[in-house]
Design a protein around this ligand. Structure first.
Ligand code: NAP
Length: 246
């Protein structure tokens, strides 16, 4: 796999799965712009990418706000000239059983996970259409397919991401752009480290591979979807879950 000369954008790229994706794309030769709310840790990430002899960039942006995203996109395109690969990875959880879920928890999860994916895709798609090439990779979740008690907001947002992926894939396939989703299962990151021990154990029991995934397991699949070898794959959801959902 080779991504030399490519320019990639990874949202929520400062930590967790996004960080692993940003580093994997850089290792394969891509320059990488990271868009994240979180600034802490970005300097270290940028210096790791510089050590790989890549041109990195950090843009502080809340993906749920189109004004933030459009301003960051303008800066990124101004600096790099174009974007070849967009990875919509930023995501949050605000878990509660539906009867106890407040409107704010519903709105914030849909705004970041689903509207954020829309905002970023819209901001970078025009350039891809003009150049008749591009890769968009949206991070969904196994929960968007299976559902999960206590995560109706998150599951709805991630199922929405899959429907969005298929629709945009159909709109732009003839322009040389692929749009795919990844559905990670249980991946060891800050997001899952807050899950109570009992629930963690029961998740692990439901994984045939017998272990939580690593962020790098997801990053490797993103790298493949971003590569030239994946040019005939579009509108798909690739499961990276150790067999959790078959
Ligand atoms: P994480 O460790 O919490 O990292 C998410 C990153 O996104 C953080 O840097 C976070 O910044 C940033 N972010 C949050 N809201 C944002 C916003 N509005 N605008 C820009 N950046 C924002 O999560 P993760 O586990 O790596 O998850 C990455 C993606 O994979 C998410 O979409 C998640 O839903 C999905 N996923 C994860 C798992 C899993 O098991 N971990 C499974 C399936 C799917 P702050 O820390 O400042 O909020």
């Amino acid at each position: 796999m080779e991504l030399s000369g490519k320019v990639s954008v990874v949202t929520g790229g400062v930590q967790g799965i996004g960080r692993a994706i940003a580093l994997r794309l850089a290792e394969l030769g891509s320059d990488v712009a990271v868009m994240d709310l979180k600034e802490e840790g970005s300097a270290e990430l940028l210096s790791e990418m510089r050590a790989l002899r890549r041109k990195p960039f950090f843009a502080r942006a809340d993906v749920s706000l189109s004004s933030d995203v459009d301003a960051a996109a303008e800066e990124i395109i101004g600096l790099f000239g174009r974007v070849d690969v967009l990875v919509n990875n930023a995501g949050i959880t605000r878990d509660a059983l539906l009867m106890r879920m407040d409107e704010k928890s519903w709105d914030s999860v849909i705004s970041v996970n689903l509207k954020g994916t829309f905002n970023c895709t819209r901001a970078f798609l025009r350039g891809m259409i003009k150049r008749r090439s591009g890769r968009i990779i949206n991070v969904s979740s196994v929960v968007g397919i299976m559902g999960n008690a206590g995560q109706s907001n998150y599951a709805a947002s991630k199922a929405g991401v899959i429907g969005f992926t298929k629709s945009v894939a159909k709109e732009v396939a003839s322009r040389g752009i692929t749009v795919n989703a990844i559905a990670p299962g249980f991946i060891d990151t800050e997001m899952t480290r807050v899950i109570p021990e009992e629930a963690r154990k029961s998740f692990l029991l439901s994984i045939p591979a017998g272990r939580a995934g690593a962020a790098e397991d997801v990053a490797n699949v993103v790298a493949f979807l971003a590569s030239d070898g994946a040019s005939y794959i579009t509108g798909q959801t690739i499961h990276v879950d150790g067999g959790m959902l078959m």
